[in-house]
Design a protein around this ligand. Structure first.
Ligand SMILES: [Zn+2]
Length: 648
């Protein structure tokens, strides 16, 4: 993509879709690739992603709303407005942010599937939030009143600015899908208050949890007010100089140990690190700071090479929800918070727009299919907070009306004391169409393959319409039919994932050509009805791990296309544990109806009082056949044990 010319702000402003205006979760003012609005790219209801987006709309949104009501988190705003706080305040110090994330989700959904019911929910949420705002713009239900801690007295853990970041992102969604209303006034009040309070002459510190930065940058883009960008830049400059207190896990937990320009890898609390990185990419793009962008690219590269699970999951520490050191990627201690997966997509998306490098779209795909698709249950009403790769104990199914205490509960839970993940999942699915494709001055690029339709105006050329028909990832054939085209030559770029050797592209009935991983470009004067057929090879890939990832030596994992597979105990003889199964690596692997059939043995190791010896005890072996299922579908058949990395 190195030949692609950078789009200018004027080209962004031209045309309807890739403008700074409508329907964009992130809208940088200058990038190589321009994102599409949530309405320009529609997911078909029966495709892999469209189906999940519908479940999100029909089940998850209402589920999250009902739980926030039941848990009293929405009631906190009413109590603040009534002046009765702190009596009766419910939830943790960051519970306000869950209302904002859910509000954002509703705004995206209302843009793609408008209804009076959705609008009523949005307006009611905005009214309740707004009623709690104080005259100077401050808005928080947990600080500042008699009987509460003073405002900004606990920047390490208080999350006041973090909450604002999510409020600003909700306001961006509302503004870009509806237009100015009360939420813009509320958000402007908050953002101006932040600038006054934390500006050059204000409190010289940052929030323990990054998020205000990415919120301010996007709010600055949508309002055109550079003061918000400048404030985000101040926050980014301050962090890394020990402005927050030291804690038991060190200042790296808040990324306050090293300035962002000097860091070599993402570290500390994974969600914080990734939200911060997303903001840093935004700042680099807005200010034309090539050095900062290159620094973030290097940090991403090393993080992916040494600190990322095969699922795309990030974070191997439970106690501080943090990245481990390089190659500390044990399957059974994988934390891989769902929010970290979403934050990773946010970083990669911004880097993809800025650089056009296919590796970012590849990681987004891996994370989408193996974290975002895994976290919610098939019915959209329970969620994984952490996404382990090895479950040693079957655990229990949480009670339907119980708020789970444990982020790493063994099964998906309907709600958590800390419920960042369900609401984050909701807003991501509601805006998912926006991550499928982009446009540039050369043409359109398809990064993710989802059945649906795209209609977008190419800068200075005219409208391009594409219909995408595919059963991907169950099938490797993606048919892209041109439904509208300018009367001149343009280019269609199709992503060929790094795993796809010998992919083929065929235009209409012309001879197919083999294409290499990267972007396969078809340039021509297209006609309506032209079809470009991309065929990706869905061979079973059996992969091992770098020798430095000690915990999974002598194991292999299975992948088909972007999907990672796993072994569940429910597919072994009754009473067996997944750790008992040893794969016959010489045997055939047959893919049948979405499962991989494999052969091996069940091992029974004689009981021993001490598990260490010069020579291993000889186990008793019974030949066994079993099957592996997509990781995203695991834990839908009751409590059980599970492994992604299968012993061999
Ligand atoms: Zn979370």
């Amino acid at each position: 993509m190195s030949t692609t010319t950078e789009l200018t702000a004027a080209q962004y402003a031209h045309g309807s879709a890739p403008s700074r205006g409508r329907g964009l979760p992130a809208a940088p003012s200058r990038t190589l690739l321009a994102p599409l609005s949530v309405t320009a790219s529609r997911l078909a209801d029966d495709g892999f992603w469209g189906l999940r987006a519908r479940i999100n709309a029909d089940a998850t949104l209402g589920h999250c709303l009902a739980w926030q009501e039941r848990a009293g988190w929405l009631g906190n705003f009413d109590r603040a407005a009534a002046g009765t706080l702190p009596a009766g305040r419910a939830g943790r110090e960051f519970s306000d942010s869950e209302a904002y994330k859910l509000l954002e989700a509703y705004c995206w959904e209302q843009a793609t599937h408008p209804s009076d019911e959705l609008e009523a929910v949005i307006v009611a949420l905005i009214d309740r939030v707004g009623a709690a705002q104080e005259a100077d713009g401050y808005l928080n239900t947990n600080f500042g009143r008699d009987g509460q801690q003073p405002r900004y007295s606990d920047l390490e853990w208080g999350h006041e600015l973090y909450n604002y970041g999510h409020l600003l992102q909700a306001a961006v969604a509302r503004l870009r899908t509806h237009g100015p209303d009360r939420l813009l006034e509320i958000a402007t009040g908050v953002a101006d208050h932040v600038v006054r309070t934390f500006g050059a002459d204000g409190i010289q510190s940052v929030c323990g949890h990054a998020e205000i930065e990415v919120g301010l940058l996007e709010f600055g883009r949508v309002t055109g007010n550079s003061a918000y960008r400048d404030q985000a830049e101040l926050f980014l400059q301050r962090r890394g100089h020990g402005v927050l207190s030291d804690i038991e896990w060190g200042r790296s937990y808040f990324q306050d140990d090293i300035p962002i320009r000097e860091a070599e890898v993402f570290r500390g609390h994974a969600v914080r690190a990734l939200y911060l990185a997303a903001a840093a990419v935004d700042l680099a793009v807005e200010t034309g700071d090539a050095d900062l962008l290159a620094t973030l690219e290097r940090q991403w590269e090393r993080t992916v090479a040494t600190r990322t699970y095969i699922t795309g999951g990030m974070g191997s520490h439970h106690q501080d929800e943090a990245f481990g050191e390089d190659f500390v990627l044990p399957s059974d201690r994988a934390y891989c918070e769902s929010c970290a997966g979403i934050a990773s997509i946010m970083v990669s998306w911004r880097l993809l727009l800025a650089t056009g490098n296919v590796r970012y779209a590849d990681l987004i795909e891996r994370t989408l299919f193996n974290i975002l698709a895994t976290a919610p249950s098939a019915d959209g009403r329970s969620f994984f907070y952490s996404n382990t790769l090895h479950r040693r104990t079957p655990g229990e199914t949480p009670e339907e009306r119980e708020q789970s205490k444990r982020a790493d509960s063994s099964q998906r839970a309907p709600w958590f004391d800390v419920s960042c993940c369900p609401n984050n999942i909701a807003r991501t699915f509601a805006s998912l169409g926006a991550y499928v494709a982009t446009v540039s001055v050369e043409g359109a690029q398809l990064h993710q393959y989802a059945a649906g339709a795209i209609e977008v105006e190419l800068p200075e050329r005219g409208v391009v319409g594409l219909a995408v028909a595919t059963r991907y990832p169950d099938d490797g054939v993606i048919a892209v039919t041109v439904t509208a085209t300018p009367d001149e030559q343009w280019s269609l770029d199709l992503r060929v994932p790094a795993w796809a050797a010998h992919a083929r592209v065929q235009v209409n009935d012309e001879a197919p050509t083999v294409v290499e991983p990267g972007y396969a470009r078809v340039s021509r004067r297209f006609a309506v009805g032209d079809t470009v057929l991309l065929t990706l090879p869905l061979d079973v890939r059996v992969v091992g791990a770098d020798a430095r990832i000690d915990a999974i030596q002598n194991s292999v994992a299975f992948e088909v296309g972007p999907v990672v597979y796993c072994l569940e105990s429910v597919d072994l003889p009754a009473g067996s544990h997944v750790d008992d199964f040893v794969l016959d690596t010489d045997a055939r692997v047959d893919a049948v109806d979405g499962a991989l059939h494999v052969t091996g043995w069940l091992e029974r190791v004689p009981a021993s009082p001490w598990p260490y010896a010069a020579a291993a005890a000889t186990p008793e072996r019974t030949p066994t056949q079993t099957r592996l299922v997509p990781y995203h579908s695991w834990a839908e058949r009751g409590p059980g044990t599970m492994r992604v990395w299968v012993r061999r």
